[in-house]
Design a protein around this ligand. Structure first.
Ligand code: 26W
Length: 805
């Protein structure tokens, strides 16, 4: 689209959609008008994609996830459609700056962290590579809370994103479906025919809101369908009989289902509302998938050949009994035929080994809320157990694998039983799954288990988030890497090119300056762009060990006090993390970091050398600013705990060096770049396990280690008007994630990092090699592996529609 045409369309939307003249419109309205122009284009692209997929009978991929952490869309879509320049020019003639409009867009924060961001990256790749794909999730009214730190303590504010975010959503009321809860089930025989009736249920309407997800160069457009809960009918009878409040209340009860995203990550609460959300997503989605399939093909017999349903973690696993329910109760299938179809259609990815993250529902709660689904789960369970017993499997083992056990519905067990493939998200994680969480299953059905290492939408994370690096790449290796990430390896010959390396250093330096400017503006934090930018951004969780990072900074502080003359490269430590609102210990860690930063700031002897910035309200948009500015990427989880990590990949491709443990995808990053280009430290998974087995005694370790002892004492004595006794005593007492055991190795690794950094040529070469080797962590590669090994799906053939079918 030309700039002139773009301009006309913007003006058209201003006048006719928003009723304002170009002269009177503000940036917010301009942002919306531009978004609508882009949306219109994408919708046309989407119908093309659908037409081609239908004409060629291409297998559909349906990606179900309770979270899609999309961030902003405008820049991404303009970039993908190749329209950024036209838009910029069109707006310029109207006296408006495109970059100002970007800042009008709120982040669509419909997710907590890695799981949700991965889903967003995957949709991008599915579109780019031209698969026939849809994502399904919920249209939460409130996304992940806005974090506000009050004297270091995290408080949560609602994230009402829809006013600025809904321009991307198109309501499709004609595709609304009913979802049924509660009531009871009656079974009967009529004329030899067994019928099941779900009686007296409550209905909630699921209304789809569709968002188009563009791919690079518009090869295909995917659709993300977000369901919103709406009361199916206002109870006029109750209302008329004078019971106004009750009538309104019923309405509100239905709509509460999609009111807010659960801010828990890795720690489910087992609340009935979350179960309702999950079933709501699954039931609406499965009905939609079946409707689409029947409309095209008229029978569900071909479902496994023509659709792949992917469960992103266990949260949408009720898709398995829901699909069974519809086939049994509404389509007349018998159990065996239905089960055969379901279990050839559904696949499942596990994203965490945290025991407490494996969702279990209280059986009674489940039965009351979802009586028919419960019955089906019972039958799945009965048949699975009978089958296992029949094969001579030990009774305890069958119990451990059973979907129903100990009064709970075990979601992970149901997922493995119902899925044809189960995968972990990094090589190490997939191995750990087979040895621990799914050991029993792996012994009985080894063929189900596989690995697909995560990947990232690198075009967003490099070409859009890091224009300086994009220009550097364009200059030295051309634009081919945008379609084929493996081409980043073309950089390797520059490893000894001093001029190119200095250029790369300059790119980093400018990104650091840009980030510094923002930190000054947003938080009043003054940071030195010549210091080492050492960044840890991710959810706050003990296993990720932000407190290891902070404890080491505290020890550096104490050391610098004693060695004021020491030759020391100034460092800026940047943290960004939200804690689950009820995770009290995590909130204490945040406060400890913030207060430590304040103590350092107040100390003229140290503050030129050390600086901590805790960025409030870390989110996708801040990640896009901070990651390109990083020198060091902190990936310091206890080995064996982080399933994959994906920020490690984003940092790497932006030319930061990983300082990390052999955990998750760090293992594969190490493999890719070699010993020379990563700074590894700490115990391996096996060593950590062995230490635990042999009896880990952190208290003793603390007392015998002068540096740790002194640091913990300072925490106990307190500073900044409070003490950090809870934290210190957890470390001394049990230290579940072995912070103290890895402390020395971490301190040494940081020293090595400093030494490497001081040799600018060596460091720049490390950065360059990291970028060059990041290609395998592209989501395009991950999606191809899913498509080939799990979904058995191909991209839509690139033939003109009218030549076929
Ligand atoms: C409240 C229930 C719950 C439980 C687990 C909510 C969310 C989860 C997620 C599975 C946690 C999560 O986001 N896991 C992360 O998934 C990323 C993508 O695969 C990995 O890179 C991270 O290592 C993993 O922590």
């Amino acid at each position: 689209m030309t700039a002139e045409r773009f301009r006309e369309e913007i003006i058209d939307h201003l006048l006719h959609t928003f009723g304002v003249t170009p002269e009177n419109a503000g940036d917010e309205t301009y942002y919306k008008a531009v978004a609508l122009v882009v949306s219109d284009l994408m919708r046309r692209g989407r119908s093309e994609t659908e037409k081609r997929a239908k004409a060629t009978h291409t297998k559909q991929v349906y990606y179900l996830c309770m979270e899609f952490l999309l961030g902003r869309s405008l820049k991404n879509n303009l970039f993908n459609l190749g329209l950024e320049e036209s838009a910029r020019e069109a707006l310029r003639t109207l006296g408006v700056r495109l970059d100002a409009l970007y800042d009008q867009e709120p982040d669509a924060g419909l997710g907590n962290g890695g799981l949700g961001r991965l889903a967003a990256c995957f949709l991008d790749s599915l579109s780019t590579q031209g698969y026939a794909a849809m994502g399904y999730s919920l249209r939460y009214e409130y996304g992940i809370f806005r974090q506000k730190l009050v004297d270091g303590w995290q408080t949560e504010l609602p994230d009402f994103w829809l006013p600025g975010g809904k321009v991307w959503l198109q309501e499709a009321p004609e595709k609304a479906v009913e979802v049924h809860f509660d009531g009871h089930v009656e079974e009967a025989w009529y004329d030899n025919h067994h019928t099941v009736n779900h009686k007296d249920y409550t209905k909630v309407l699921a209304v789809p809101y569709d968002m188009c997800i563009s791919g690079k160069d518009g090869r295909a457009v995917s659709k993300l369908r977000l369901w919103a809960a709406r009361s199916s009918d206002f109870d006029m009878k109750t209302f008329n009989s004078g019971n106004y409040l009750r009538a309104v209340e019923q309405n509100a009860m239905a709509e509460v289902i999609t009111k807010v995203l659960y801010p828990e990550d890795n720690n489910p609460e087992g609340k009935s509302l979350r179960l309702s959300q999950q079933y709501f997503l699954v039931s609406a989605t499965i009905q939609d998938i079946i409707r689409r399939h029947l409309f095209e093909y008229g029978t569900l017999d071909s479902l496994p050949e023509l659709t792949a349903i992917h469960l992103n973690d266990t949260h949408p696993v009720l898709a398995v009994p829901e699909l069974m329910r519809i086939m049994l109760d509404e389509c007349g299938y018998g159990w065996e035929a239905a089960w055969d179809i379901v279990s050839r259609t559904v696949a499942y990815t596990n994203h965490t080994v945290m025991k407490e993250a494996l969702e279990c529902w209280n059986q009674d709660l489940f039965r009351l809320r979802l009586p028919r689904i419960y019955q089906i789960v019972e039958e799945i369970n009965r048949r699975f157990c009978a089958d296992m017993h029949g094969r001579g499997v030990d009774g305890y083992k069958v119990g451990r694998m059973a979907p129903l056990n100990d009064g709970f519905v075990k979601m992970a067990n149901l997922a493995v039983v119902g899925a044809h493939h189960v995968n972990g998200v990094s090589a190490l994680h997939s191995e750990i799954l087979k040895e621990t969480v799914f050991r029993d299953f792996y012994q009985e059905m080894p063929g189900k288990f596989t690995n697909v290492t995560n990947g990232i939408a690198y075009r967003r994370w490099v070409a859009q988030a890091n224009p300086g690096l994009a220009a550097f790449l364009e200059k030295h290796i051309g634009g081919g890497y945008l379609a084929d990430a493996a081409q980043l390896e073309k950089l390797l010959p520059l490893a000894n090119d001093g001029t190119a390396l200095r250029e790369l250093e300059q790119v980093k330096r400018e990104n650091k300056q840009r980030a510094a400017g923002y930190l000054k503006k947003a938080y009043g934090a003054v940071v030195n762009p010549d210091s080492i930018f050492d960044i840890q951004v991710k959810r706050l969780h003990e296993y990720k060990r932000q407190h290891l990072n902070a404890l080491h900074i505290l020890s550096l502080y104490l050391w610098l006090k004693e060695h004021p003359q020491a030759d020391f490269t100034p460092r800026t430590f940047i943290f960004g993390a939200k804690a689950a609102p009820g995770y009290y210990f995590a909130k204490q860690i945040i406060r400890f970091i913030v207060k430590l930063g304040e103590m350092i700031d107040a100390d003229p002897a140290v503050r030129e050398k050390l600086k901590i910035v805790y960025v409030e309200d870390y989110r996708v948009t801040l990640a896009e600013l901070l990651i390109p500015a990083a020198d060091i990427s902190e990936q310091i989880s206890l080995a064996g705990t982080e399933a994959s990590g994906t920020s490690n990949m984003k940092f790497m491709i932006n030319g930061a060096v990983t300082l990390g443990t052999l955990d998750g995808a760090n293992v594969e990053i190490h493999e890719a770049v070699g010993d020379e280009n990563i700074i590894l430290f700490g115990m391996t998974t096996e060593q950590a396990e062995a230490l635990r087995q042999s009896g880990y005694r952190p208290g003793e370790l603390a007392n015998n280690h002068p540096v740790i002892r002194q640091a913990l004492q300072l925490m106990e004595n307190g500073f900044g008007g409070m003490d950090y006794k809870d934290l210190a005593s957890s470390l001394r007492g049990s230290d579940p994630y072995m912070v103290l055991a890895d402390f020395d190795a971490y301190a040494q690794a940081r020293q090595r990092a400093e030494a490497l950094y001081r040799d600018r040529q060596v460091w720049n070469r490390m950065c360059l090699t990291n970028i060059a080797k990041a290609g395998r962590f592209s989501a395009d590669r991950a999606i191809r592996e899913y498509a080939q090994n799990i979904w058995h799906a191909d991209p839509i053939p690139q033939i003109p529609v009218n030549k076929k079918g």
